[in-house]
Design a binder for this molecule. Sequence first.
Ligand SMILES: NC(=O)c1ccc[n+]([C@@H]2O[C@H](COP(=O)([O-])OP(=O)(O)OC[C@H]3O[C@@H](n4cnc5c(N)ncnc54)[C@H](OP(=O)(O)O)[C@@H]3O)[C@@H](O)[C@H]2O)c1
Length: 358
Amino acid sequence: MSVPPGGLILLTGANGYIASVTIHLFLARGYSIRGTVRSIRRNAWMKTYFGPRFELVEVPNIHSPGVFENGDLLRGVDGIVHMAMDMDMNPQNQGIIENTIQSNLRLLEAAARESRVKTACALPTTGVPYKIDSSTWNEEAIEQTSKPWNNEGNPRWHGIKLYAASKARGEQEAFAWARKHQPSFSFNTVVPNVNFGIAISHENMSYRSTAAVLDGVVKGYPAAPSVLPSQWYVDVEDTALLHLAALTLDDVHDERLLAFAGKYSWTQIMEILHRRYPGKIGLGALSNNAEPEVVDAGEVDNQRSIEVLKMMGKEGFTTLEDTLVKAVDTILENQAKNVPKTRIDLYYESVAGRVVGS
Ligand SMILES: NC(=O)c1ccc[n+]([C@@H]2O[C@H](COP(=O)([O-])OP(=O)(O)OC[C@H]3O[C@@H](n4cnc5c(N)ncnc54)[C@H](OP(=O)(O)O)[C@@H]3O)[C@@H](O)[C@H]2O)c1
């Protein structure tokens, strides 16, 4: 039921942050990748960057019916990692929940029609209820987004809730489909919290998604920490390795692997960064340091993921300090290069009322 050594893996949203690190790891371990992107023209650099065992296909919108049935998308594929996700977090986009559910199901149905697919693996995310284990879901986000937004409260937080509810409902329905239809492949999910760590090909990708937050801290944006208030971190390479485990270990079947390494607070992160990189971190102190930081009070049962990482030859999750050092080494090494701005840079600039570098 697992992907054979050197097998071909379809990975959706290949130009995303976690996807690009995952491709890097999978190729290094001898697998081949067929990556989907919304535009081959915009992502043509990937073929040169990743080399001959990487191919690109265009999937302009994962929410379009029939998009996974096109031509040769699944031909010869041994396993699937579904990472593409609308990350706009638009508070008005109530349809995102149903769209996410349907696109997950359509991909599973397409996989079930392709007899060679042995494993499918989706990547949801989760919010932080008090206690998380493999049987819990972000019911709070599901409940709070059961009706369209009434324009009250913080739009950004409602957008995040809608995103979290989409991921949770998409995952629930995917498991329900797999249990009902009993396809010939195993279906597993990897459920991470905040991914930090290396980022690749900055000249082409810049710092996307959560990688942009530490870049913002190095650049000195006071608003950067508020984008990801204290919760749990995971090293992005551990997330990638858990995906590989979900695809290649027979022992991992019908499972949710919680990629939660440990809690972080920004007080802790800033202490580590200033100690390890004296004089190099633009953000001096937390802007609200008069008030004690609210530290995440959740509990997560991550034992199974630690066990799975051990099966993959790793002692367990990477520590917070080592994860941060990997991220900041990458950022500092690339400061002299022409790394394009992201929309997160633009957000920091609008909040700070100034332009990066000015
Ligand atoms: N970063 C984290 O800490 C974290 C934590 C938990 C879960 N996750 C999950 O991990 C996955 C990857 O996230 P990421 O942080 O790496 O984000 P990312 O860098 O923004 O990647 C998202 C990817 O999805 C693609 N995409 C967005 N809307 C699409 C659509 N309608 N049709 C086709 N492709 C679409 C994007 O393409 P474009 O570049 O063309 O927009 C991009 O390739 C997502 O499923 C996310 O929910 C991330």
